[in-house]
Structure formats: structure tokens, C-alpha cells
Design a protein around this ligand. Structure first.
Ligand code: C5P
Length: 294
């Protein structure tokens, strides 16, 4: 079975407060991209094997491996699985690569072993693996709260074209959160989207990231990239998650194409254009794995 494991961007990321458990309460709009990894999975008589060149961590710390172990631990299924990940989403980019791989493994194993776990159960399992994981079970643009793991509502986005710029370095999420200084009097829940009946948003109006100033202070290259995106014609530019990826929003694909011809390309950086945010991410894979939208 082959499954697609999409990247995401956070169009909006508001840090509401620090929580007693060490995490931070967030309000975030996450959007799945048509860009991502491919995962091949096969049932085996026993054991979990993982081949994931480019993941850069020990096998038993890899979230995809841990997802497979968790799945077998929590179901009565006594089998094994082999997982091969063709990695395109870089580690530490704020694009959710590891979290997406974990959720995709859970979704695929649910089908492969006919486990019949519903979306809620899969999302709860995913939440044990990391705060970003449940979103990749749902795989639709949505506003999330809590640690970024609890859906508040789905959103639609007006059509735009996006250019994702991935620097040659990653940023550890915990580093950015640990350096964040929150104002003593925070204004909880600045976002009002859950109160509006019209859930179709103009994405460039929502580009906010409370982690960006910390990341840009530590990695000034990010400010340079944002500036270049804006001067090439982006309506808005922002950082995804805790970085290091930065995205620019363009009115149309044509605007994005002409911006790409003007843009200064830095060595080692990847420039990934995408116009497809959702829906289509299942298209190529429907019938080969997923039967529905999560
Ligand atoms: O859940 P995950 O392992 O991806 O989170 C990595 C780290 O990022 C956490 O250990 C925590 O330091 C920080 N984090 C946070 N608040 C969140 C999500 C992540 O403080 N909502």
C-alpha cells in the first residue's frame, strides 16, 4: 500500500499562554499541502521495520516507527509491518513532516489491517505522538486550539498560489518555544473565526505567527527571505510553525510564476510552488490506499 504524507503550513499561529504541562496553548490555522512524502507499507508476520533515508534520527525515535508500535500496542492485531518513506519534507522546517508520517502510518495501518478505528480514535492516538499529529489525520484546512491538536472548526480558503521556501537548516521547535517571552497580560483568542458564519477566509488577511520574531532574531536569514518574497510580488509572507520554512502567498499561479523568475535563489534553499492545498492530495492516491478523506 502506498500513501501520501502531506506537508502543512500554519497560515495563522497565535500563542495564547504557557500551560502547566510545559506546552503552549495555541490558536492556529493549518493547511495541508499537495507537497509531501510518500510512504510504502507492507504487512509482515511480525516486527516493525523502517527504511527512511533523510530522516536523520534513530529508528526507534522516528515518529512513523513509534506510530506503528503504538498501533499494534493498542489493537489486538498481532502482525508486523514494513515502512519505507520517500522523504521530501525536510526535518525541522515547520512543515510537519514527522507528524504527517506518523498520522499517515496510523491511517494506512487502519486500512491494511482492517482495524476499523474511527477518526476520533486515530486522532487521539496521533495526539499521543505529538501536538501536530492529529491534524494530519483530518487533513483539511482547519482552525485548531489547545496544543494545536484539537480541531475548533474547518475553514475554506480562497484560491491562491503558494511558494514555500525551505532553508538549508532546520529549527528545533522546543528551542523557539523556550525563547518565547509572552506578555504578562495576554489577549486570549484574538482570532474570531469561530464566531463568524462565513468560514471562507482570505488567506493573506490571516498571516500571523507569534513565533516568528523569536525565530527571525535567531536566524536573520528568515527576514531576508520574507523580504524577497514580498518584493517579488507576494501579497503576504510568513513563517510556518516554528520555522525554518517561509511561505509567500500569490494572487494566482501566473503571479507566482513571474515572481519565481524574478526571485533571488539562494544556494541550498528549496523553492516549492504549490497551488493545491487540499482535496487533490487524495486524488492520486485514492484507490491505492485511502478510501476517504480521513
Ligand atoms: O508535540 P511535539 O513533540 O511536536 O512538540 C515539540 C516541543 O515543542 C514540545 O516539547 C514543546 O516544547 C513545544 N511545544 C509547545 N507548545 C505546543 C507545541 C509544542 O510548547 N503547543
Amino acid at each position: 500500500m502506498k500513501v501520501f504524507s502531506p506537508a502543512k503550513i500554519n497560515i495563522y499561529l497565535e500563542v495564547v499562554r504557557r500551560r502547566p504541562d510545559g506546552y503552549h496553548e495555541l490558536r492556529t490555522i493549518m493547511v495541508p499541502l499537495a507537497f509531501g512524502d510518500e510512504i510504502a507499507m507492507e504487512a509482515r508476520p511480525s516486527g516493525v521495520s523502517l527504511l527512511a533515508p533523510g530522516c536523520g534520527c534513530e529508528v526507534d525515535r522516528n515518529l512513523a516507527y513509534r506510530a506503528a508500535r503504538l498501533f499494534f500496542d493498542r489493537t489486538a492485531i498481532r502482525y508486523g509491518v514494513s515502512i519505507t518513506i520517500e522523504k521530501r519534507i525536510p526535518v525541522g522546517a515547520g512543515l510537519g513532516g514527522g507528524s504527517s508520517n506518523a498520522a499517515s502510518v496510523l491511517l494506512a495501518m487502519n486500512e491494511l489491517f482492517h482495524a476499523g478505528l474511527d477518526t476520533q480514535v486515530l486522532a487521539a492516538l496521533a495526539g499521543e505522538l505529538g501536538a501536530d499529529c492529529p491534524f494530519f489525520i483530518y487533513r483539511r484546512p482547519m482552525l485548531l486550539g489547545s496544543r494545536g491538536d484539537v480541531p475548533i472548526c474547518e475553514v475554506d480558503l480562497e484560491d491562491r498560489a503558494y511558494l514555500i521556501v525551505i532553508p538549508p537548516f532546520g529549527i528545533p521547535t522546543a528551542q523557539i518555544f523556550s525563547k518565547l517571552r509572552l506578555p504578562l497580560t495576554s489577549e486570549p483568542g484574538r482570532i474570531k473565526i469561530e464566531k463568524t458564519s462565513d468560514r471562507c477566509i482570505v488567506p493573506e488577511h490571516w498571516v500571523v505567527n507569534d513565533l516568528e520574531s523569536v525565530a527571525c532574531t535567531l536566524y536573520p536569514e528568515l527576514t531576508v527571505i520574507k523580504g524577497e518574497l514580498l518584493s517579488s510580488g507576494a501579497l503576504k509572507a510568513g513563517m510556518s510553525g516554528s520555522g525554518s520554512a517561509v511561505f509567500g502567498i500569490f494572487q494566482t499561479e501566473a503571479h507566482l510564476c513571474s515572481a519565481m523568475s524574478r526571485l533571488t535563489r539562494h544556494e541550498g534553499y528549496s523553492y516549492i510552488p504549490t497551488t493545491r492545498l487540499t482535496g487533490d492530495i487524495y486524488g492520486d492516491y485514492r484507490g491505492q490506499g485511502f478510501s476517504g478523506k480521513g
